[in-house]
Design a protein around this ligand. Sequence first.
Ligand SMILES: [Zn+2]
Ligand SMILES: [Zn+2]
Length: 366
Amino acid sequence: MPKRDYYEVLGVAREASADELKKAYRDLARRYHPDKNPDDAEAEERFKEASEAFRVLSDPEQRKRYDRFGHQAFERGGGSPGFDPSDFSGGFGEILEGIFGDVLGRARGRKRSGRDLQIDVSVTFEEAALGADKTVTVTRPQPCDRCSGTGGEPGTTVRSCPTCDGRGEVRFQRGIFAATRTCATCGGTGKKPEVPCTKCRATGLVEGQHELSVRIPAGVEDGAVRSVRGAGEVGPGGPGDLHLTIRVEPHPLFERRGVDVLCTVPITFPQAVLGATLDIPTLEGKVQMKLPPGTQSGKSFRLRGKGITAYGGVGKGDQLVTVMVEVPEKITREQRRLIEALAAEMGTDTLPQRASFLDKLKGLFD
Ligand SMILES: [Zn+2]
Ligand SMILES: [Zn+2]
């Protein structure tokens, strides 16, 4: 597989500043960190890729070389810019943690937080356009109610884990970095119960349902992610975050284009000719729209301020109403008689576009 461009990997422009690089990398590291995606080979791959890209681009000298020669800059002479691949196995994430401190949402030396959780939230077109409060149900591990999270049967002794001294993680040296990893003896709880709790099997955690009220901001788009700090999995060092991916359901009549709402309204031939007052559905209910006499099929009208609130709350879009003249596919005998009479009565003098078309057609074959 060809190697991806480092800027593309980090999702930044070629002229990105050091701060932008750092921020982009931080976001990716947070998302794909192996600790948060156990046994997920793809996440691990992404994590390595991002780390290598950041490693090169954050070094001004290496970045200059990369900008000039691309990946080739580091191929000759085996001068790998990033980590040696063998470094990636095992404690790579922990090394990074050493470099960036609490970048990964965890303060140095403290017990590890629960994992971040990700769920999809379905909202209607209107809710996305106007904003709404939604109640979502999150299934997440929470402290066991039988043992109050200690992991020991009620009434029995729970001691500190001797391996990690109750910290939940152990420090070790890797190259020049001091790193930490979850204590294997206690699984990160820092406790060693005499008799394991029968409900949570000493983990101190059980799956539970948790209801949460979430504000859906007006103007939010399909696929947007909202994060709620501290609403993720509960760990010995505190909770992780909850990431909500917003899924906007399609609307039967409306379509979205930026902050504008598009809708198509079928009208009759008499309405197009004579003009009419139409009931138009909008996000905020029905409004009346005047159709002028002589409206062509396909013409669009703009209803100002009836669109979607711009994300962030500044300004509002419009609704664009496109009218389509609907031609009847079946007619009664009486309707046929009337339309034939109309056709006979209707010369080209009432149809300037048709008259001009016939004129040009004539010129073409003379
Ligand atoms: Zn328990
Ligand atoms: Zn331990």
